[in-house]
Design a protein around this ligand. Structure first.
Ligand SMILES: Nc1ncnc2c1ncn2[C@@H]1O[C@H](COP(=O)(O)OP(=O)(O)OP(=O)(O)O)[C@@H](O)[C@H]1O
Length: 624
């Protein structure tokens, strides 16, 4: 829904009228008992004028005890609204935190919440409330807290289902990758995003609480006479409906109007409750295997034999199949391959943020000798952002639209480095200048939608640098940007790598990016690494037919006017990988034996790994 439509929904005359009505009620609830102090304790009024209809002296008539109906209606508003507030507060207090946690953390908590909700929703709330009132006689607070608690499971379910969507948004993943804690992410990034849903649910809860509370007062279970409440007034009027039908109308209309106001509000805000869902793409990627002269001790990151499966409707599918590579400190590595080869999932596996259903079956990821795959989530969170930074492909959706740029970067600075407000701000401005954003103070005040794509990506990079990571993973960081901006962002990444000595893992399908920024290239095909070598070696003499064909199809290398060569066929989907060499069905040099058995990754030269059975012959034939 567009912003203007949303605005229309929320600012419509009916919504404004409802808000004004509820505001007036709140004022009456506060002011009436002060201005009419005797009404609450008034047992009888003018006994010569009982059960009268509206007149000049009693605008809404008198009740069975000759008391002024208008006065009692006004003073009774406080009792009625207090009940509503108590019921709503109890519902939100029980429902929101648990719904948030269940939707975000899922797993056992989510299942347990589902069962409890199922159970609680099968119990008629009013019966329990009446039981509770038999213990806590006349206690509005007890009645409303129990009512709120019993309606909370419904609220939990709604919140949970919305949070399930929000947690898939890229800016939430970006917050996780930045190393922010779960409560912080829930409070700062998820909660504001679901506020529309919360307003709707609060209004519905309020309407329910009002009806239940007036019902209980009507039954005489809540108010001790002579204190007035709307429900008690309805009961009073109903007792003499044959003699004086008018008496039931004033409190009845007040209840109906208030319930309607809550209902209309819920309706108009329901437009806002829509959560724009942005499916999380996988994250960046990683690569190869230590070459002879780089021992594992030299490696900043080493990935060994990663096997990942993702379970979907058609069952589990292997996505990565024995992916191994390493990155030395300060090294820039490009992870290359056609779409669907497993680059993003490799990056996601490194930072342990696989998509739903994803499981790391086996393999190891080590950062400076620490095994990430066996780190506790809490330790991993400390490491994300501080030691491994992540830059997403689509900068705009990786930034929480409801937060200012300064706050988005500041929260990462604070969590990793602490410091006073002024220190954090100084650091934020330093980071914004380090990514060459002009006028950092002004940019810090802006919201993401006030930035261009290139500026947003610079902000994304500044945020990823806030923890001063040793490794920056960037998943196709320039794909969503136009060509000139792409070049600037690549230059920035290269310069940052040089100036900070930070290692870089760049997921890309663009050889130009690899040539521009990277020292080494890891080529992936159908869930495997097929070649791992220095960029110079791969460009000069690729040792795998797939890399060779991929390079030949690079638009940057094609002479102007010539036809761009393409590789026939497409990357086989997970679950449809052929036996033996997976590229064989598309390879011009494949022989029968290529399809017979799995092909190992072997050294073709020092620091040059490849997975081709025919490599020696093809070299002799000058094909490779
Ligand atoms: N959430 C998911 N559920 C099921 N399969 C998935 C999921 N994410 C990715 N895949 C599959 O895993 C394989 C590898 O995906 P991945 O995103 O890593 O490829 P990629 O090489 O990064 O491609 P691209 O450049 O298009 O992102 C693809 O076949 C993809 O369909």
């Amino acid at each position: 829904m567009s912003g203007s439509m949303r605005g229309r929904g929320v600012r419509s005359p009916i919504t404004i009228l409802c808000l004004l009505f509820l505001l007036a009620l709140a004022i009456v609830a506060v002011v009436a008992p002060i201005l009419l102090p005797d009404v609450a304790g008034q047992r009888s009024g003018d006994l010569l004028h009982v059960k009268e209809g509206p007149s000049g002296s009693h605008w809404l008539g008198t009740d069975t005890q000759g008391r002024d109906v208008l006065d009692r209606l006004l003073v009774g508003t406080r009792f009625t609204l207090i009940g509503v507030v108590e019921g709503v507060a109890a519902g939100l207090l029980f429902g929101v935190p648990i719904g948030l946690a269940a939707g975000y953390l899922r797993g056992r908590l989510d299942r347990a919440v589902g069962w409890v909700a199922e159970l609680a929703m099968s119990i008629p709330a009013i019966v329990i409330v009446v039981q509770v009132l038999s213990i806590f006689r006349g206690s509005l607070l007890a009645a409303m807290v129990v009512y709120g608690a019993l309606t909370a499971p419904g609220l939990m379910r709604v919140i949970r289902s919305v949070v399930l969507q929000v947690r898939e948004e890229l800016y939430v993943s970006a917050a996780v990758v930045a190393g922010l804690s779960v409560p912080y992410i829930l409070f700062r990034h998820v909660l504001p995003r679901i506020r529309g849903v919360l307003v709707v649910q609060t209004a519905l809860l309020a309407a329910g609480a009002l009806l239940v509370q007036t019902g209980l007062a009507f039954l005489g279970l809540l108010v001790s006479p002579p204190a007035p409440s709307w429900g008690e007034m309805v009961a009073d009027g109903l007792g003499i409906i044959v003699l004086q039908p008018w008496l039931i109308w004033p409190p009845g209309i007040a209840i109906v109007l208030t319930v309607l106001a809550f209902g209309f509000l819920a309706d108009s805000f329901s437009d806002r409750a829509e959560v724009v869902r942005v499916r999380r793409r996988g994250t960046g990627a990683v690569k190869a295997r230590p070459a002879p002269e780089r021992t594992p001790q030299d490696s900043l990151l080493s990935v060994t034999d990663l096997r990942v499966t993702i379970s979907g409707a058609a069952g589990p599918k292997r996505i990565l199949d024995g992916v191994s590579f390493s990155i030395a400190a300060g090294e820039a590595v490009g992870l290359v391959g056609e779409s669907g080869c497993g680059k993003s999932i490799t990056a996601a596996a490194i930072i342990r943020l696989l998509p739903p259903g994803g499981v790391l079956e086996s393999g190891e990821v080590e950062l400076e000798g620490r095994r990430l795959s066996s780190l506790a989530e809490q330790d991993l969170r400390r490491l994300r952002g501080r030691e491994i930074g992540f830059v997403a492909q689509e900068p705009m959706i990786a930034l929480n639209p409801a937060m200012r740029i300064g706050d988005l970067i500041g929260e990462v600075v604070r969590v990793h480095h602490g410091g006073s407000k002024a220190e954090v701000r100084r650091r934020v401005l330093d980071l914004l200048s380090s990514v060459r954003l002009p006028n950092p103070a002004e940019v810090a005040r802006r919201y993401p939608h006030e930035l261009s794509g290139g500026m947003a990506q610079r902000v994304g990079i500044a945020r990823a640098l806030a923890g001063e990571p040793k490794l920056l993973i960037a998943d196709e960081p320039t794909t969503a940007l136009d060509v000139t901006v792409q070049a600037e962002i690549l230059r920035l990444l290269r310069d940052l790598r040089d100036s900070r000595g930070m290692a870089l893992l760049l997921v890309t399908h663009d050889w130009g990016v690899v040539a521009d920024v990277c020292d080494r290239a890891v080529v992936m095909y159908a869930g495997q690494v097929v070649e791992d070598a220095t960029v110079a070696s791969v460009f000069a003499a690729p040792k795998h037919p797939y890399s060779k064909r991929l390079l030949e199809s690079d638009p940057h290398r094609v002479v102007k006017g010539a036809i761009l060569p393409t590789i026939p066929g497409s990357v086989p989907a997970p679950g449809q990988w052929p036996g033996g060499c997976r590229f064989a069905p598309r390879c011009a040099y494949a022989e029968d034996r290529c399809g017979e058995a799995a092909v190992p990754l072997e050294y073709a030269a020092a620091d040059h790994l490849t997975r081709c059975l025919r490599r020696p012959e093809l070299e002799e034939l000058n094909v490779l």
